[in-house]
Design a protein around this ligand. Sequence first.
Ligand SMILES: O=C(O)CCC(=O)C(=O)O
Length: 246
Amino acid sequence: MKQAATNRPAESLDLEQAALRFREDGALFAGVVLDAAELTEVRRHLKRYAEHVVPRLPENIRAKTVRIEENGVSLRSCYFMDQIDDYFNAFGNREDFKDLIRAVTGWEPELYVVETFNKPATVGSAASAHQDCAFLPLEPMDIAHLWIAIDESTEENGALRYWMGSHVNGLLPHVPAQWGQGVDPAYVDYDDPRLTVMEIPPGSAAIHSGLVVHDSPPNTSGKPRLGLLCGYRGAHTRYLDDGAAG
Ligand SMILES: O=C(O)CCC(=O)C(=O)O
């Protein structure tokens, strides 16, 4: 696999450039979205969620919204935290986040999920190459994720990797993978020079399109790589499965 460019913090984001990158690459480094005090506060709530909310979830909700690593104890992911916890609902609905998504995508965002990818030290498992649109049947396929680094995210501890520009090929076939579904391996080229490792300092974020192919390797390092993502769909989109209005 080719080592591609890494990204460093920007003082302020040029929104026109960011929108261009979103259109052309399908993913971009978005710079700082949480200051030091906000980061401390989010970490406090993530700890509260893991220690006090998760253990008290009814079993049927827990089964649908919590994934544990193969060691049987470490949290891998918590899904739909926005539907379970007021703090994370308000977090995902922050106006500054929505302003950013609106400016970068050109559409009106509606929060559809807040979730963690905990990627704990030494045991954090990989995320297979996938497109987020494969998991949310929408028309049109206008989805964007704001992926916020809570810990420093580096190539060493399993940072996100994007096949830049892959969003233009539309939705690729997905097949069963370790955790659900992944792009059919016949469509995934790990020698593709567009494959970009997105290193992100704590409090900074990446934004990606629901159609860009991305993955993240296992975390075999001694450092955790906790990411918190807010997923948005266009307010103009409609769910395909039940015909519900968007
Ligand atoms: O955090 C990761 O490793 C995967 C995140 C992801 O797949 C996403 O934000 O869509």
